[in-house]
Design a protein around this ligand. Structure first.
Ligand code: NAP
Ligand code: 8YV
Length: 320
């Protein structure tokens, strides 16, 4: 089969640059998202690749008998059933590294906004309250002297930690495996770290092991001066426990870029003045999303040209 006749399925919306890059080389089959692809059997047979921002379940893979590669837009690939892909010899790719700096910058911005209440201060100004009522109230917290516990110290977590060093905060971390290359204090359990620090930044993937691990006990351990920042996945936080802790002062403040059931954010969370909430924008700049789109495209192009992917995930085959 020549490369020109390879068909690539695109379920739902994806960054337009992916389509621009792939359109020259492949037949693009755009379909709605859903439980299974709405295409006829002949088209299904022609599909050898998927480019997706979102999810691909087992039913989609089973409906495409010649599927070889699923290129995911995003470093987190929790939307793709990688176990099923691996069992069928389908490679899954993601977009690591090209977004590290953007996400780390956003995490630091979110931390400062949360600790110093800068979004509320801006609202005070815009609402004319500075003129009518005088200065915005002093922020109860400061970044000075904080002890930050990184929950996750992978590609992005390390960039966040590096950025925090000049802020002169103490840095510790919890992961499953100690990293011999970093000088930060290691905690083998999240609870022990939460007891020792006053600030947690979560940047871990969505896996069965990370489900709602930031729960009432962890939040209570952080305490009334404590701050919890999440730029990983909403899946890792028990949102009901978080709302209760923020409401009754068990936890000082939280900054969230990700939520349990996006794009739905609980109304109770939105009402809380000690929560800073962003609509999953950590990587959402034009340059970084362009780089992610290019990596999605390169993975598909290289797979069919050379039989290897640029950034395959570890669970699935590395070559054709
Ligand atoms: P990565 O390099 O794979 O790092 C993941 C880190 O999490 C590692 O330090 C890993 O250490 C740790 N980890 C994994 N499972 C754990 C567990 N059960 N307990 C404790 N630590 C655990 O991934 P990355 O590139 O930094 O990205 C991390 C995640 O951030 C992505 O998967 C994605 O969900 C999220 N993300 C969000 C945005 C956004 O827009 N908000 C943007 C990019 C990424 P061990 O393996 O040693 O445990
Ligand atoms: C994107 C992300 O917002 O890379 C990830 O894992 O969460 C973000 O960079 C998302 O993947 C866009 O679909």
């Amino acid at each position: 089969m020549s490369e020109a006749r390879i068909s690539v399925l695109v379920p739902g919306k994806i960054h337009p640059r992916v389509l621009e890059r792939l359109r020259d080389r492949f037949d693009i089959v755009a379909v709605e998202k859903g439980e299974r692809p709405q295409i006829d059997a002949e088209t299904a047979k022609r599909i050898r690749g998927i480019a997706v921002a979102g999810s691909v379940n087992a039913a989609w893979m089973d409906a495409l008998p010649n599927l070889e590669v699923i290129a995911n837009f995003g470093v987190g690939y929790d939307g793709v059933d990688v176990g099923h892909a691996a069992s069928k010899g389908i490679v899954v790719t993601n977009t690591p590294d090209v977004l590290n700096d953007e996400v780390a910058d956003t995490a630091v911005g979110l931390l400062l906004n949360t600790v110093r209440q800068l979004p509320l201060a801006e609202k005070w100004l815009r609402d004319g309250r500075w003129v009518k009522e005088g200065s915005f109230p002093l922020s109860p917290f400061s970044l000075n002297g904080r002890h930050v516990g990184m929950y996750g110290l992978g590609r992005i977590g390390q960039e966040i930690a590096k950025r925090l060093e000049p802020f002169k905060v103490k840095i510790s971390y919890h992961t499953r495996t100690r990293n011999a290359d970093v000088a930060y204090d290691y905690f083998p359990t999240l609870l022990d770290m939460a007891k020792a620090v006053d600030t947690i930044i979560a940047i871990v993937p969505k896996t069965p092991q990370t489900h709602k691990v930031i729960d009432a006990e962890i939040l209570a351990a952080l305490g009334p001066e404590g701050v919890m920042i999440n730029v990983g996945r909403g899946w890792s936080v028990d949102e009901e426990a978080l709302i209760a802790a923020l409401r009754d002062g068990t936890l000082g403040a939280a900054g969230l870029d990700v939520f349990y059931e996006e794009p739905h954010v609980p109304a109770a969370l939105m009402e809380l003045p000690n929560a800073v909430l962003l609509p999953h924008v950590a990587s959402a700049s034009v340059p970084t999303r362009n780089a992610m789109a290019d990596l999605v495209s390169e993975n598909i192009i290289q797979w069919f040209a050379k039989g290897t992917a640029v950034t395959p995930v570890p669970e699935t085959p590395q070559k054709r």
